[in-house]
Design a protein around this ligand. Structure first.
Ligand code: HEC
Ligand code: HEC
Ligand code: HEC
Ligand code: HEC
Length: 239
């Protein structure tokens, strides 16, 4: 009985340290946790958010993600998916919100390149490209390199593309999202950004708990919801 109690106590303390219980399925310890404790690589500075956000002197050119702490890749460097079978064209360049992801997943940009490195000092607006020292360095490779170095997005699900119900068997925008675990998202339309499918439509960079599983685990590969039985694909495509 006593042992059971102390185990409970330790679990409560761990939950408090991590914030809420859902945080244990969040970014902490995920592949986007580039601090020493995460699966993504070690950082002597032991901060997590700094690789993407800064509380001060953020990159105000980034209108797709808040308090952005990274240089933005050249939008013109990407070759888009182009025209789909149904005749829908992707935008000429990736939208800002997807450029946020591509600022690491382009296979070129350094993961540790930021606008405002941790610590005091520096020159306002003059630190673009500063490297976080002692942490994860270099660019992403393999399947993590979504744009294949040369900016190619043709072999990826189209992004920065309008969602036009009926095309590609797409369900109506007001279709309620199936199952549980979507957080504040309610309809298929609410997953879109300016009416378009972007990286953040399918993925949550902070990682989402697999609520349906009920065991505190994450949806794999930062997906917004489970893709078991291709559930995520079937959320939009009535195939
Ligand atoms: C790997 C990059 C990355 C890391 C690390 C990261 N974020 Fe984010 N964050 C993003 C992106 C990209 C968006 C915009 C997402 C979107 O629009 O769907 C965002 C959006 C947000 C938002 C606004 C959206 C919302 O949820 O209301 C908050 C708040 C936020 N992040 C907080 C944090 C905090 C706190 C940390 C550290 C514990 C963190 N983020 C770490 C990439 C990151
Ligand atoms: C600060 C750099 C950075 C940004 C910005 C970033 N990522 Fe990542 N991402 C990483 C790293 C590092 C990994 C792990 C690579 C490794 O393990 O070698 C990763 C892994 C992933 C994975 C694979 C996870 C797995 O389980 O295999 C997905 C999916 C992903 N990122 C999606 C995104 C999306 C979507 C965005 C934008 C919303 C984004 N990332 C923004 C650095 C970043
Ligand atoms: C239509 C939904 C959708 C969109 C849009 C999307 N992804 Fe994914 N992504 C997925 C799914 C599903 C997986 C898991 C694939 C698997 O398990 O093999 C995945 C996997 C990944 C991985 C892990 C490597 C891999 O191939 O398994 C990375 C990194 C990634 N996505 C990044 C991105 C980035 C960056 C964007 C925007 C440029 C993006 N994704 C847009 C659905 C999407
Ligand atoms: C948020 C909604 C959404 C989700 C989720 C989604 N898609 Fe799509 N998908 C789209 C849109 C929008 C298009 C463009 C349709 C058009 O041609 O107008 C599209 C197009 C496609 C196409 C056709 C491309 C072409 O060239 O004609 C395929 C194949 C496809 N998606 C497969 C998938 C798969 C597989 C998944 C799950 C990993 C998935 N989609 C998840 C919205 C989504």
């Amino acid at each position: 009985m006593r042992n059971f109690k102390s185990v409970l106590g330790a679990a409560t303390v761990a939950a408090l340290l991590l914030g809420t219980t859902s945080a244990s399925a969040g970014i902490v310890g995920s592949k986007h946790d580039l601090s020493g404790g995460g699966a993504g690589g070690g950082n002597n500075d032991a901060r997590i958010c700094v690789y993407c956000h800064t509380p001060h002197a953020a990159n105000t050119d980034m209108i797709g993600a808040p308090l952005w702490n990274k240089p933005i890749p050249d939008a013109g460097a990407f070759t888009m998916y182009g025209k789909t079978l149904a005749g829908t064209e992707t935008a000429d360049t990736p939208s800002m919100v997807s450029l946020a992801c591509l600022s690491c997943h382009d296979g070129v940009s350094a993961v540790n390149s930021v606008v405002n490195a941790p610590g005091t000092g520096g020159v306002l607006g003059g630190n673009v490209g500063t490297l976080i020292t002692g942490g994860r360095t270099g660019s992403l490779s393999g399947l993590y390199n979504i744009a294949n170095d040369a900016g190619k997005l043709q072999n990826d699900h189209p992004i920065s593309i309008d969602y036009i119900p009926g095309r590609a068997s797409l369900v109506p925008l007001d279709t309620p999202l199936p199952g549980v675990g979507w957080g504040s998202y309610t309809t298929v339309g609410s997953l879109l950004r300016d009416g378009k499918v972007e990286c953040g439509t399918c993925h949550d960079p902070h990682s989402t708990e697999n609520v349906a599983a009920g065991d505190g685990t994450r949806n794999p590969t930062f997906l917004r919801n489970t893709n078991t039985g291709s559930a995520l694909c079937l959320t939009c495509h009535a195939k």
